[in-house]
Design a protein around this ligand. Structure first.
Ligand code: ZN
Length: 198
C-alpha cells in the first residue's frame, strides 16, 4: 500500500533503539510530508555527528578529539578511575556533580549467553592504564543485574594488585538496572557509599 521509499525508510528507522514498527512508520510518513530543506538538515546533522564523534582512545568516552576533555583535564583526580559499562554512563555520573576523578568505559558486561567474553571488553586497556597512570582506586560503577555482578567480581579479581583499592557502588541503585535509571541524588549516595571489594 505504501510507496517503496516509505517502506525502505520505515525499515531503516525501525532499527533505531526504542523505535518499534509503528513509530517507525509514523516517523517515515512524517518525514516524507515535511519541508524538504528540514529533512536535508536532519540528514546532514546525523551524518555530521556520526563523522565527528568517536571514542576516546584512553577512556572510551564519546568525543571529538582523543584524548577527550575528561582525560585531558588536569583538575581531575587522576588517582581515581570510575569504570562504567557504556559511554553514556559517564554523563549520568557527571550529572551527579560529585565525582572528580577519571573514567574508563568497558563497552559492555560479561555475558556468556550473549557471547560477550572478557576479551571483548576494554579490560586490557584498563590494565595498561593501571601500569602507566598513578591510579590508587578503581570504582566499579556497573549495573546491579546478574551480568553487572559477575563483571564486577571478575574485574575485582583480575585487577587486584598491591596498593590498589577496588570498590563498587551499589547502595540505593535500583536493583537489576543500569546507571541511566538512577537520579542524581541516588548516584551521589551510591558513589559516597561505595564498598571496598578487596
Ligand atoms: Zn578520555
Amino acid at each position: 500500500m505504501l510507496p517503496e521509499p516509505v517502506i525502505a525508510l520505515t525499515a531503516a528507522l525501525s532499527k533505531l533503539p526504542g523505535v518499534g514498527p509503528r513509530s517507525a512508520e509514523r516517523l517515515a510518513l512524517h518525514l516524507v510530508q515535511s519541508d524538504a530543506a528540514e529533512v536535508r538538515h536532519l540528514a546532514a546533522a546525523m551524518v555530521q555527528a556520526r563523522e565527528r564523534i568517536r571514542f576516546c582512545e584512553t577512556c572510551g568516552a564519546l568525543t571529538e578529539k582523543s584524548p577527550c576533555s575528561l582525560c585531558d583535564d588536569p583538575r581531575r583526580d587522576n588517582s581515581l578511575v570510575c569504570v562504567v559499562e557504556k559511554a553514556v554512563d559517564i554523563l549520568s555520573i557527571e550529572k551527579s556533580g560529585s565525582y572528580r576523578g577519571k573514567f574508563h568505559v568497558l563497552g559492555g558486561k560479561i555475558s556468556p549467553l550473549d557471547g560477550v567474553e572478557p576479551e571483548d571488553l576494554r579490560i586490557g586497556e584498563l590494565e595498561k592504564r593501571l601500569a602507566a597512570e598513578p591510579i590508587k582506586e578503581i570504582i566499579i560503577a556497573l549495573g546491579t543485574d546478574v551480568e553487572g555482578d559477575a563483571t564486577s567480581h571478575y574485574l575485582a579479581k583480575r585487577l587486584a594488585r598491591a596498593g590498589l583499592k577496588i570498590s563498587r557502588i551499589g547502595f540505593g541503585l535500583p536493583a537489576g538496572s543500569g546507571l541511566e535509571f538512577a537520579d542524581e541524588l541516588t548516584l551521589n549516595r551510591a558513589l559516597e557509599g561505595r564498598r571496598e571489594m578487596h
